[in-house]
Design a protein around this ligand. Sequence first.
Ligand SMILES: Nc1ncnc2c1ncn2[C@@H]1O[C@H](COP(=O)(O)OP(=O)(O)OP(=O)(O)O)[C@@H](O)[C@H]1O
Ligand SMILES: [Mg+2]
Length: 609
Amino acid sequence: MGKIKKLDQHTTDLIAAGEVIERAASVVKELVENSIDAKATRINIKLIEAGLSEITVTDNGEGMDEKDAKLAVKPHSTSKIKNEKDLFRIQTLGFRGEALPSIVSVSNFKLKTSQDGVRGSAYAMKAGTLVSESVAACPRGTEITVKNLFFNTPARLQNLQPTSVELSYTLDYLTKIAMAHPEIAFKAINNERVVLQTFGSGRLLEVISNIYKTETAKNLIDIYENNGYFILHGFISKLHVTRSSRNNITVIVNERVVKNTRLVSAIVEGYKERLMFGRYPIAVLNIGVDPSLVDVNIHPAKLEVRFSNEDELLDMVRNSVDNALSRSNLVVDLDESMEQTGVWDSETKQEEVVHEESKFVSLSEQSFPTIQPVETIIKPEPPVPTPAPVLKESFEQQQYTLIEGDVSTRPTEPKFALPKLAYIGQLQGTYLLASDAENFYLVDQHAAAERVNYETYISELQKNEETTYQLLVPLAVNFSLAEAALVVAKIPDFIRRGLLIEEFGSGSFLVREVPIWIPKGREKEFIEEIITQAINDKKTERFQLLDSLAKSLACKKAVKANDYLNNDEVAALLSDLGKCKNPYTCPHGRPVIVKFSYYEIEKWFKRVV
Ligand SMILES: Nc1ncnc2c1ncn2[C@@H]1O[C@H](COP(=O)(O)OP(=O)(O)OP(=O)(O)O)[C@@H](O)[C@H]1O
Ligand SMILES: [Mg+2]
């Protein structure tokens, strides 16, 4: 008895419609989700050229009878909902009856399915037209093959990315859906190479271990929270297991992988100040909620969801992450550090120590008085009279002036050299107070340090020939499988830039040589940033790429607000700032220095009118 029905026009109109198949990964996603909805316990995904040539998804699910097999590729035909009412209680991953018709219309498509594992039906279509059909013996379940994706839609074909990028999209999805369904055994093969395998044991930690390696799985903290509306469960990483992007935070809602930046941010916010700047955890968070309290019908790709009381959920996520971390012993002992980096632990240990030392200010200096004596006079080259200030409109009503040079982030010759500054002291561990004959100045120390670092890095990065140094012990850096696919494709680029890197398997890479400008002892941090930028940055123009890398490195290395600086450090910072081509804005365009003229100050005190 057939299960698939065509939806009525009214229900169809209520479904968020749009382009559902944009790339190979969308085909894999839709086919795999159909297999999950068909209660498969084993799903195999076979790709050729990352799916651009061929995708085959085979499951051992409930299969379809002959009539349904034909109906499955008809628009708005689904077995998952019946009418408008069901749209507000979606219990399956699919519900629109749109995926298969969209796929068949842009590919060569073959389907083979059986409900009893004895008799099955099979057919082939080309761009939506039936080309052959047969009745054949086949195992229980469904197998769908999609070849020559977008062969008849040149615009979409052109939009496809290189295979490494397409593979990365697919692996990103597959690793996440595998974590959402630990009860299903997934096996993905690309060009005959196994790229992902899980075993369907039902244990999330085991799946995480398959995907991120055992060392990572051992350093996770479990989360469980139930407030009657939402059930949260999953794992978050301890503080020393971090990555330089948010890509390793997986959010799952009722077993559906979703994209929700607010939830991802809530997880990160739950870590409060415990994480180092620019570092993000690995996390897998399952959210269970009554289907009537969550709307999945808001985006054609079914990746976005809307909750009835999202703010409450966000608070709950933040608090449970915070509580889980508070109740855990987060002290990293030697063993954990060894597990993280395997044989390279001594390097990491050393790194941590050097890292602490290389901070701008040591902890003991935090007791420094906020205002420090005038001692340092900075002499920028060449000394020129204070420039006529440029008044910014938004600041016009206020009685101070931004000092402006060229506000573009591309380093250029400044319009004005930095004035001669006599250092007065530090305010709130954040601003440097300074003066000259006519004005009083506030310098944002973080913005100043960022500008100095940015100009150093951009000039180093722009040099064509990289001088390198060899690491005594190779450094291991780890990425998710999706990221690793992109890293592999960029290895020749990295080598050209002086980063000697080689694949080590399961998302790990070994770095043997690094560019000379990378600070000693902070290699891992910088390498991870360089690689993350290269694989995540969609910018292809060389300057833009280097520019964004330099900005991000500059920000990482810069002294932060609330760091107390001693006089020597201030002198060095102001002197370096004086040498910058554009000392007036940080690389992100924020002002570095603000000026108050004595005349204005005298007006405040009504000494002049
Ligand atoms: N692997 C499968 N095993 C069993 N039935 C399947 C399989 N794939 C598709 N079907 C049947 O075909 C129907 C149409 O699939 P299709 O993916 O086009 O739509 P859907 O899953 O209902 O909704 P959506 O468009 O949101 O994915 C499904 O409702 C289901 O009944
Ligand atoms: Mg579907």
